[in-house]
Design a protein around this ligand. Sequence first.
Ligand code: ADP
Ligand code: MG
Length: 408
Amino acid sequence: MAINSLSDLLAEGVEGRGVLVRSDLNVPLDDNGNITDPGRIIASVPTLKALAEAGAKVVVTAHLGRPKGEPDPKFSLAPVAAALSEQLGRHVQLAGDVVGTDALARAEGLTDGDVLLLENIRFDARETSKDDAERLALAKALAGLVEGADGTPGAFVSDGFGVVHRKQASVYDVATLLPHYAGTLVATEVKVLEQLTSAGERPYAVVLGGSKVSDKLAVIENLATKADSIVIGGGMCFTFLAAQGVSVGSSLLQEEMLDTCRHLLEKYGDVIHLPVDIVAADRFAADANTETVAADQIPDGKMGLDIGPESVKRFAALLSNAKTVFWNGPMGVFEFEAFAAGTKGVAEAIIGATGKGAFSVVGGGDSAAAVRLLGLPEDGFSHISTGGGASLEYLEGKTLPGIDVLES
Ligand code: ADP
Ligand code: MG
């Protein structure tokens, strides 16, 4: 069954109706509680704006960080409420609790077009409970906040793409209780992911990097039969290099994954491309001593922190004629300037391909952060995904509970 969209809900008319929106407002904060990257807040605005402008009584629920199932001022959504007010151009009130007396009183007091943000949903342990009844009880309380005074049910809009792979009360259970719709963010992400897993335009190149090979093995397995090339860099390339019998010094290595990598190389050796040179450092630091070496010549005691220029050239050549590109995971420790060239070079090659008409998608929080940190144009890519884990699970071929539930 098709998923109902925000425009379906708007067409029904929402004036005066309570609408619960699950957004992903999980932004990074510095030690002083300042938001360091408002990307997810900005991405949540279109859905909230459309609902508020249409006169809905909007109740937003979201999480921040990993509080331990009880209120913790360190994880209050207060800074998020302020930033969201600014981005929305209208005041967003923050409830003092999740579904308690303050939330209830504020929800009852909403007038058309008002926006109320509930406190961090993970202050309530039932949100992430494995017990179906506990989650359902919280979902019922959430649904109660958008119920009309005459008992008419509110509506639920799922817009937190970053959490749709979680079977949680505010993501999954609440959709079983209320008429449900995909927000613009979720709808866009699903469309993009469908394009990456169905017959997109070829050649189709997948670029994988980042720290852990274990995070991405299932994606390699699932996309190896769909993509024409899978380019591997970042910390994860060393387990593949080691699987080929190469000595990788003190580079990141997941020994328990060696067999799997060997197996993948045997099966998909003609699709998988590994770096041919590596920037090796004497320690993990911005000012480490570095040398560029062949990928099979990493000296003992040195660690590979970026792919080398020859690898960038080869990867860029593969990417230059691609028509579909999915990139997840930086090619090196881009946070240090000395190890940012690989990520930058590959990103520029993807931007180049996009300029020639390729459909390109960036997934993963750190990859998206790298684009911004390296000063690359965000609109140089067709789509920058907001949900790392969710998009990876989709690309692994898994069912996402928060999407599945919208289809019924
Ligand atoms: P994403 O969030 O885009 O999915 P990951 O979380 O998988 O990416 O990985 C990002 C991290 O990988 C970055 O912090 C980066 O510094 C690190 N990384 C990349 N290359 C290496 C390397 N060669 N050694 C150690 N860490 C690396
Ligand atoms: Mg990450």
